[in-house]
Design a protein around this ligand. Structure first.
Ligand code: PEP
Ligand code: MG
Length: 583
């Protein structure tokens, strides 16, 4: 029984595999309207106010420092003005007193009082003051966001399926704390970071379901089928029974897969592929180790730390990286520099018109050398056993690699001067995820120790299709001939210089893509921790000589349709039987 004709069915994009059944929790993003209500516990509200103001201040101080570097003192003055408002004793007194005496919720009072400030400025004759009134909107939202952050968690019941218009990676992490059982969103694409985080957490997710929030009501029972991108609203008994059986079968399949934990990923004619894990969350490393990972192919450091709150200092970073490196030792671990920007947290309220084409990854880091150096120093120190490799994201030019190397040298000098213990033998690699880097891969390879293909971004930049936009998700094609040819070019480029090339984009975990990737000559692939066993199983069912031919044929094809059909045919013939539970 497939669900195609159900009336209570909602379709979206299958973003994270798995099936779950639970009650819906409709989540409204934090920046929505502020309501007024009476509070009972005044002292708790005051505590929350203190906390929100001090968090906001901490965030702003960091932002101000970064902004001075990048956008100059004049424009950075916006943040200085915001800091002054935060510290304004009259404003604070008014807010505190009103919460105490009127017993109103702090969000409402903050909104009301700061809005008064804004109004005064708007009616001012001085043009400068009028302009500043818009900036105040930011500080207001920041305080309100900080006020709500904590409450949000306590309001949500455990084990719900979160339904929302959009979801950010930070939201996904937040919900993880209340053991959310699934995600359904109106908007979003397959490789948006929220979807990636959901996959990392092993939580079924369906994104881009268009009208989920209008069709689903809080408390509705839902079935989320993250394999097929389907959501069933208020299922019938027959539907519930069907999916419960499916869940049972999946559990059995998982048990079977576990047997592969300590077995290598070798094709049936002897070609060994190293399967490593992508890590987005601290807890994931244990899952990866339990699934028999052969190292870590990508640590998304920007996800590990809550950058929105504050930038971690050298010591904090050192502790985390050291723990990771020691846990996975003697296996290698690739730690990626903060890939901030795009759809990931940018700890600065810069409204860029095109964030994915803007201040992201290595661009932002090289523009903020002090911040970048902190991370480099922490990594050099954590590399005590020499199993850490360092990787830079969003690289588009060789100059960026050279500048990074210079900064590593400066970091080494500083560590020496500070008398701190470190290991300078740090291998440097680049993500190949911008078309310019793909075209130049053989040249880039001369300057680095390894390359890792980031297909999530490479596809979006190559095909000019936003990875997080469900409206164009049909055009986001991992089997577009230009993608296959680029992969071929990059892998050959790496081999021409004897440089190891791996892949860490989500494509690496796609059962249909794996034969192609192995056939193109990759010796190593990195997938989310939850997909390690399945990836091993697929590789073990392949014949290298056969997939080599398959990849050659695909590289010559002219349309996505042809390539997809060819790979699907191969998959159905050689692999599908093993995955009856999920097909
Ligand atoms: C990629 O772009 O493929 C990648 C692995 O990096 P991220 O998804 O973090 O952008
Ligand atoms: Mg990327």
């Amino acid at each position: 029984m497939r669900s195609k004709s159900y009336k209570n069915l909602l379709r979206g994009i299958a973003a994270a595999p798995g099936i779950s059944i639970g009650k819906a929790h409709i989540y409204h993003r934090i920046d929505e309207e502020v309501n007024e209500y009476e509070i009972e516990n005044v002292s708790q509200a005051i505590e929350e106010l203190e906390d929100a103001f001090s968090r906001s201040k901490k965030e702003l101080v960091k932002i101000f420092k970064m902004a001075v570097d990048k956008i100059g003192e004049k424009r950075a003055a916006i943040f200085e003005a915001q800091l002054m408002i935060l510290d304004d004793p009259i404003l604070r007194r008014n807010i505190w007193e009103r919460v105490e005496h009127e017993k109103k919720n702090p969000e409402f009072v903050v909104n009301d009082e700061i809005s008064k400030y804004q109004k005064l400025m708007t009616v001012s004759d001085v043009e400068y003051m009028q302009e500043r009134s818009y900036d105040i909107e930011d500080i207001k939202n920041r305080i309100i966001r900080n006020l709500r952050k904590k409450k949000l968690i306590s309001r949500i019941e455990e084990d719900v399926i979160v339904v929302s218009q959009t979801i950010t990676p930070a939201d996904t992490l937040l919900f993880n704390r209340v053991n959310s059982k699934g995600y359904v969103t109106d908007f979003g694409g397959l490789t948006s970071h929220a979807a990636i985080v959901a996959r990392s957490l092993g939580i079924p997710a369906v994104v881009g379901a268009h009208d989920a929030t209008s069709k689903i009501t809080d408390g509705d029972v839902l079935i989320v089928d993250g394999f097929h991108g389907e959501v069933i609203i208020k299922p019938t008994k027959e539907q519930l029974d069907f999916y419960k059986k499916k869940i049972e079968k999946l559990n059995l399949y998982d048990k079977e897969l576990r047997k592969l934990k300590d077995l290598p990923a070798v094709t049936n004619d002897g070609k060994k592929i190293i399967v490593t894990a992508n890590i987005d969350l601290c807890d994931e490393l244990e899952i990866a180790v339990n699934n028999g990972t052969e190292g870590v192919g990508l640590v998304r450091t920007e996800q590990i730390f809550d950058l929105f709150t504050a930038f971690p200092d050298e010591e904090e970073q050192y502790e985390v990286y050291k723990k990771f490196a020691e846990r996975i030792y003697p296996l290698p671990i690739i730690i990626r520099a903060f890939d901030i920007g795009g759809d990931k947290v940018l700890p600065i309220d810069l409204k860029e018109p095109n964030p994915f084409l803007g201040w992201r990854g290595i661009r932002l880091l090289l523009d903020n050398p002090e911040l970048f150096k902190l991370q480099i120093k922490a990594i050099l120190r954590a590399n005590k056993h020499g199993n850490i490799k360092f990787m830079i994201p969003m690289v588009a030019a060789i100059k960026e690699i050279k500048s990074t190397k210079e900064l590593i040298l400066t970091a080494i000098e500083e560590l020496e001067a500070e008398g701190k213990e470190f290991n300078a033998n740090l291998k440097l690699g680049v993500m190949i995820e911008v078309p310019s880097a793909a075209v130049m891969a053989n040249k880039f390879a001369k300057y680095v120790d390894f390359m890792s293909i980031g297909t999530n971004d490479l596809i979006q930049y190559l095909l000019a299709v936003d990875r997080g936009n469900e409206i164009v998700s049909d055009l986001y094609q991992e089997f577009h001939p230009s993608v296959v040819r680029s992969l071929d070019l990059i892998i050959k480029g790496g081999k021409s210089q004897g440089v190891m090339t791996t892949i860490c984009g989500e494509m690496a975990a796609d059962p249909i893509a794996i034969p192609l990737l192995v056939g193109l000559g990759l010796d190593s692939i990195s997938v989310n921790a939850a997909s390690i066993l399945q990836t091993k199983e697929i590789i073990r069912s392949l014949n290298y000589e056969e997939v080599k031919k398959l990849a050659e044929e695909c590289s010559e094809m002219e349309t996505e349709c042809e390539i997809k059909e060819k790979l699907k045919e191969y998959y159905d013939k050689n692999i599908k039987d093993k995955f009856q539970t999920i097909n």
